[in-house]
Ligand binder design. Structure first.
Ligand SMILES: C[S+](C)CC[C@H](N)C(=O)O
Ligand SMILES: N[C@@H](CCS)C(=O)O
Ligand SMILES: [Zn+2]
Length: 331
């Protein structure tokens, strides 16, 4: 696995690290209004203190990796709000800084109290897909239209990636990538920009067998395997009942570490902008499935949309047991 910090956090966590849970979900639970073209990134402008609070809650729940608030923070999105380029880039940096501040404050307080279940967390800078920016449901269909090219996708991601990468994160987390063209664009961009921060690229799926676009995991993994800059591959914002099968498929296709952080099983209605009930899955089963995901070969496990700090507390308890006690005290 490339990226010593990732190997280290996985080892300290006892073989499988805990990722945080639904970030936007928890912002809403704290009272934020994210019904906005910028979605959760609107809070970078209106409620930065809530962003830090959500990071703190996931750290307290046992997350070894927290993901920044930049999922839908894009330069064109901020410019459309009437901001200047410097202001837009400043907000991208702020998203990483808020997560770093939360991580550092939490770690200092943990050392004072010497609580047993915590490791010094890593901060992953979130990069959502082009479809997330479009906010038209295409992040779950993977359909960006006939005319879009790989070069255009690279240009969409380029400056945000440069700014986030230089803001001091431990990782870059490309989240819910719905199609092969975007995976190709990201791999090329990491090379072109010579990004030194290790990355993960996680896909989304609505059927458990393919990416949202209908393309195969095998084809995408072939692309990701060519890059040393991609330390981790995986799947997020995908119903929990599909995760075990996807891990087994990814295991066949790659030697890279695997991250999974499913949503609750509820389904996003991109037109109505609301979550619809899960079709055949109860929330409780999430806890039961975590062990199977680990056994199937996942090295990092957390939750995505509609999961909460209580989900992550359960994941941490299941994954770490007593192991984290000794791990935390080796520091
Ligand atoms: C992960 S989805 C729920 C994010 C929201 C979407 N991009 C939108 O803005 O509608
Ligand atoms: N990190 C983002 C992913 C959305 S799919 C969040 O949890 O809100
Ligand atoms: Zn999600």
């Amino acid at each position: 696995m490339a990226g010593g910090a990732v190997e280290e956090i996985v080892r300290r966590a006892g073989g499988c690290a805990v990722i945080d849970g639904g970030f936007a979900t928890q912002l809403e639970a704290l009272g934020a209004d994210i019904n906005d073209p910028l979605w959760s990134a609107a809070c970078l402008i209106t409620k930065p203190h809530l962003i830090k609070e959500v990071h703190m809650q996931y750290l307290e729940a046992g997350a070894d990796v927290i993901i920044s608030s930049s999922y839908q923070a894009t330069i064109p999105g901020f410019l459309a709000r009437g901001m200047l380029l410097e202001e837009a880039e400043g907000l991208l940096r702020t998203s990483v800084e808020l997560a770093l501040e939360a991580r550092d404050e939490f770690w200092k307080s943990t050392l004072r109290k010497s609580k047993p279940v915590y490791n010094r967390a890593l901060v992953a800078a979130s990069v959502g897909s082009y479809g997330a920016y479009l906010a038209d449901g295409s992040e779950y269909s993977g359909s960006y239209g006939e005319d879009i090219t790989t070069e255009e996708l690279k240009d969409f991601h380029r400056r945000r990636l440069q700014v986030l990468g230089s803001a001091g994160p431990d990782l870059i987390a490309f989240e819910a990538i719905p199609n092969k063209m975007e995976a190709q664009a990201l791999v090329e961009l990491l090379e072109e920009e010579n990004i030194q921060v290790p990355s993960w690229i996680c896909f989304s799926s609505v059927d458990g067998k393919h990416l949202c676009s209908g393309e195969s995991f095998a084809d995408c993994l072939q692309i990701l395997n060519t890059s040393d800059k991609v330390a981790i591959v995986g799947v997020n914002c995908t119903p929990p009942q599909f995760i075990e099968g996807i891990i087994r498929e990814l295991k066949k296709q790659t030697k890279k570490a695997i991250a999974v952080y499913p949503n609750s099983g509820e389904v996003w209605d991109g037109r109505a902008k609301r979550w619809l009930p899960a079709e055949c899955f109860g929330h409780k089963s999430f806890d039961v499935l975590v062990k199977r995901w680990r056994e199937a070969g996942a090295s990092l496990i957390g939750g995505c949309c509609r999961t909460t700090p209580s989900t992550i507390r359960a994941v941490s308890r299941i994954l770490k047991g007593r192991t984290a006690y000794s791990a935390a005290h080796q520091i």
